[in-house]
Each structure stands twice: as structure tokens, then as C-alpha cells.
Design a protein around this ligand. Sequence first.
Ligand code: HEC
Ligand code: HEC
Length: 431
Amino acid sequence: MRSADTLRTAPGETSAAAAHSEPNPPRRSASRSVMALGVVGVAAALLNACGGDSDNSAAEQAALVAQGQQIFRFDTFGDETQWTDTLRMHEVIRTAVDPMTALSVGLKVDSQALPAAVVAGIQNGSVDLKSPATTVALLKLDAVVGLKGTVETVNGKDVLTRVGVTCALCHSTVDNSFAPGIGKRLDGWPNRDLNSGAIIALSPAPSAAAKAVYNSWGPGKYDPRFNLDGKNGPQVIPPAYGLAGIHKIISTGDGDDLAYWNRYVGVTQMGGHGTFVEPRLGVSVTNGVDDLITAKLPALQAYQLSLAAPPPPSGSFDAAAADRGKLVFNNAGNCVTCHSGPEFTDANLRLHSPGDAVSEPEPGGAPSYASRSATKQYRTAPLKGLWQHAPYFHNGTVATLDAVVQTYNTKQSLGLTAAQMADLTQYLKSL
Ligand code: HEC
Ligand code: HEC
């Protein structure tokens, strides 16, 4: 219990989390709202005076992106119905998930949400990382990336009474600047440590057979169709960055915009309140009687589209070899026939049959992932930020970029020399 006490934000103490912990801020008093409106009005008038509508719409766009960031990080769309009422994860967490366990299944802690006293407590060992009460305290601070807890005081003790998940669970990680698994948020970066299946399998609700499937997925993977079609073929969690200008979404290009898939996951996977209908798959899911997702999709999409792929760290590739590798990409390797244009994909023009994808057959005899999708095809993957997100292909079957090049050389009989393959690998690392 001491640990939880240490973590409690002292009265009057400011923490980064305090600013974050209100995705739906409480109603302000009438006079303050009027004042706030006045300020916005004046700001808009000033913007108009100094540059007209384009500045004004740039300000509106920035506000939309900022709102989308809050949704991406902290909004559950009411999915506590699934994670609390059905899966009872609040009981699992408060009794059995201490911070060490949480980190071991790939959950990440946002160091910027931690008050100074907690940082000191972790450093000097007085915060007990082996106590589930500490996890509850971290949830109260909104410091566990992708988990949103409701912590109430019962008989003077902090009790986790509700828990839900957000997009950041799978599509954010941290920079490990404080300790492994603890650092500043990196939104859009896939959490390739997250063992989502092992986490769900901690719930008392699923059958033994379903738990065996969940436990088979491993870190960095999740099957976003298993609960609908009963087939098991986990997908690598992809980046949610670098997607501006691409109008076919997910590895099979099912949607024309991000909002399509955000609604799919928000409703059918996270269990958020709202409706998702896809006639091509015969899927129609409605959760709750309220819609907590539709109104948020424009801001959520704007935020993701604002996330650029991260450039490669300096010194992480050989620039001269990458220059030579670009020629291989465009000529002997034939890569550019599909990986074309500024995002290295022809997705806006066409999709490809599974026979064109070197990543099939699926591992472990799983059915073709394309066959489970709405399009039955694959999208040529965009390639910016490749250095950041091994393993590769929708099913994560290829561990490194060297091995990707080897795979293409063999399966497409390209006849590249060892030197050409080495150069091509350096080029891929430079994107
Ligand atoms: C439990 C993990 C999980 C959660 C939570 C999750 N996703 Fe995903 N997401 C995935 C997986 C796995 C895929 C790959 C799907 C595929 O290719 O078929 C994916 C695909 C995507 C893509 C497609 C990227 C591309 O290259 O086209 C985007 C964008 C995305 N998710 C955003 C979101 C947003 C926004 C949310 C919250 C509403 C969310 N995801 C919640 C696991 C998750
Ligand atoms: C016939 C079209 C086509 C050609 C030619 C092609 N690719 Fe691809 N590429 C794809 C498709 C489709 C995918 C997505 C497959 C999947 O996700 O399983 C892909 C995926 C990839 C990926 C994985 C990206 C990720 O995010 O995991 C890399 C890397 C890649 N290709 C590199 C290359 C290189 C290098 C070449 C040339 C040697 C090449 N590709 C030639 C269609 C093509």
C-alpha cells in the first residue's frame, strides 16, 4: 500500500497527467465559457485580419489535430463495456498485474505523466514495482500507455473500478529514455513488444480454446478478425504514421480512408460504442445504444495523418551504398513497378492478388489473410520508416530488411548479385 501512497499526486502538485486526464473536460461555469468564446472570437478576428481564411483554417486544422491526439491517446469510446463488464480486466489488473508484469507483456509507461515524487520513488526504489497497487496508481495518473482506468476511493483506498483501452495501446510506444518501457510517448509507432493475446488471455471470460489462440500470437501481433471469423492468423501491428496521401488502408486495402478502419477497430475490436457495417464481409456490429465514435473520427483521422514516418537515425545506414541501392530498386530489382510514387506504393491505383505477395503462404498453415478481408487482395506496403518497424510483411514472417531482399531475390528470381542485394538493403534502411 505504501507504494500506492507514494504515487498519489499530492494536493496542489501539478503533473503532466493532470492535464491529460480529462478527455471530456468537465463543464466550465457559464461565465468562463463565455470568456473562452470571446477569446476564440478575438483570435479568429486577429487571424483573419493578418492573413485571411487560410491562417484561420490552419488554426482550425491544428485544433482538430490536437483534439485527435487526445482521442488517440485517451478515448475508449465506452469500450469499458468489453474490457470491464465482459473481460473483467479491472479485477485482473488490481489483483495480479504489478508494474513489472505489465512491462513484461509490453505495456509502456509515459514518463511525462509521472510527478517528480514518483520519478524519485522509482529511482530510489521506494515505489514498489512488484505491487498491483502501484499499477493502479499509475493508471490513476493516466501513465499506462493505451489503458484508461477509473480509480475510485473505497474505504479510503484507491480501487480500480473500470478499465478500457485506447488506440495508443497498439499504435504508440515510448522512447525508453527513463528506463526500458518507460519514457516519452511515440505516437504512431507500433508497439512491437505488446503481447496483446497474452493480456486478453489473463481474463477469466474466454474459453480455454480461445485462450490457446490468444496465447499463440506473441509480441507485436494481433488478429483483428479472429473474434468475427474464428480463424487464427495474427497480423503484425503496423505503424499509424506515414499514411498521408494513401487512400487504401490496412494491408488488404479494405478502406479508402483511415476513418473506415478506425471505426472497424473502435467498434468490432476495442468494443467501443457505435456501429460498424461491412456488407463485403457480412459484418454488422453495434455496441451500446449511444454512438461514442462517429463524431470523433474526423479529428482522430486528422491526427494520424499529421504523423510523418520517422527519418532514419543518422549513421544507421551507408549513404553511398543506399545511393547505389536506389538504382537496384528502380531497375534490376523491379521494386518500383509496385512501390511507386512519393509513398512507395501504387495503392491508389490498384491492389495485388495474393500470388503477387512474397509473404504468402501464411505461417503455420493459416488461411491467406487476404481471403479473410473485404478485398481478397493486398496493398503494396508504403516503405517510409521501414528501419523502425521490423519484422516485415502483414504476417511478420521476415525478420530483417536483408532477409526481405533475399526473399524477393529468391521468390521473384531476380538474379541480383550479393553486392546489389547489400546496396538495396541499405537503400531500404534509408527510407
Ligand atoms: C489491439 C491492437 C490494436 C488496437 C487497439 C488498434 N489497432 Fe490499429 N491495427 C492493429 C492491427 C493488427 C492492424 C493491421 C490490420 C490489417 O492490416 O489487416 C491495424 C491497422 C491499423 C491502421 C492501418 C495502417 C495502414 O498501414 O493502413 C491504422 C491507421 C490503425 N490501425 C489505427 C488505429 C486506431 C486509430 C485505433 C483506435 C481507434 C487502433 N488502430 C486500434 C491493431 C490495433
Ligand atoms: C508485384 C508488386 C511488388 C513488387 C514488384 C515488389 N513489392 Fe514489395 N510489397 C508488395 C506488396 C503487395 C507488399 C505487402 C505484402 C504483405 O504485407 O504481406 C509488399 C511489401 C514489401 C515490404 C514490407 C513492408 C512492411 O511494412 O512490412 C518491403 C520491405 C518490400 N515490399 C520491399 C520490396 C522490394 C525491395 C522490392 C524489389 C526487390 C519489392 N518490394 C517488390 C508488392 C510488391
